[in-house]
Design a protein around this ligand. Structure first.
Ligand SMILES: C[S@@+](CC[C@H](N)C(=O)[O-])C[C@H]1O[C@@H](n2cnc3c(N)ncnc32)[C@H](O)[C@@H]1O
Length: 225
């Protein structure tokens, strides 16, 4: 019996390079590591979560699919119970971008050119991209997809040590492809930014409003280019 991933998790899985060990941080049901081991993409996996209940969910799936010799469980807040020798790839899927950035910022050893990171931020991807840009990471590829009416993005990154100049708009656009799902995702971000812009205008925070206005124009430029 094989695990079928939804488009959201499939997008994250497709960014995994494979061949080694992956750590799935915030695994919950454990489907991603089960899928990656089952399909032979990785040799083994560590399914990690901050909660005991999610780890129990993962344990059930791992047992159900007969993967107990290839996938281990780990109770960990972010990467705090990991070392860079534990895995070559680290996946963070289904958590907010702000939380992922916070967990990365607590872990100095992530600045290692041999490690590969896959992210599927559920919200505020701009906070995660900002962290990556400021800390010498390069985003390789982004994918936009949908499940019903819900839009999702996923991307992978490596540490290069080179910091780049970037605008706030770059934190929204990243390396998104020019496809319908990406445009819809960005259109949604623009409406969020418009609301914030209007709120700043109402309370007289004109400089911040102007900055947001410029960001909105740049994102709209990408959509309409
Ligand atoms: C929405 S689920 C995502 C499950 C799966 N990765 C997916 O994408 O379908 C988020 C999971 O992240 C876990 N989580 C939240 N904060 C965490 C942290 N600081 N460290 C590790 N796991 C965390 C939660 O317990 C939960 O199981």
């Amino acid at each position: 019996m094989s695990v079928n991933l939804t488009p959201r998790l499939s997008a994250a899985a497709s960014l995994v390079r494979g061949g080694g060990i992956i750590a799935d941080i915030g695994t919950d049901h454990g489907y991603l590591p089960v899928y990656l081991v089952q399909t032979g993409r990785v040799k083994g996996a560590i399914a990690a979560d901050i909660g005991r209940m999610p780890l129990q969910n993962a344990a059930k799936a791992i047992e159900h699919y007969g993967m107990t010799d290839k996938i281990s469980l780990r109770l960990s807040d972010g990467l705090c119970k990991f070392t860079p020798d534990d895995a070559q790839e680290f996946v963070f899927a289904g958590m907010g971008g702000t939380l992922i950035a916070e967990k990365l910022s607590e872990t100095p050893w992530i600045k290692n050119k041999d490690l590969h990171f896959v992210f599927q931020p559920q919200s505020r991807a701009e906070d995660l991209r900002k962290f990556l840009f400021e800390n010498g990471f390069c985003i390789n590829k982004e994918i936009a997809t949908h499940e019903g009416r819900r839009l999702y993005i996923a991307f992978d990154a490596v540490y290069t040590g080179e910091t780049r100049e970037f605008t706030y708009a770059d934190c929204f656009i990243g390396e998104l492809p020019r496809c319908e799902d990406a445009f819809k995702h960005l259109t949604h971000q623009v409406s969020r930014l418009r609301e914030k812009h209007d709120a700043y205008m109402k309370c007289g925070r004109c400089d911040e409003a102007q900055e947001l206005f410029e960001t909105i124009k740049k994102i709209e430029g990408f959509i309409n280019d």
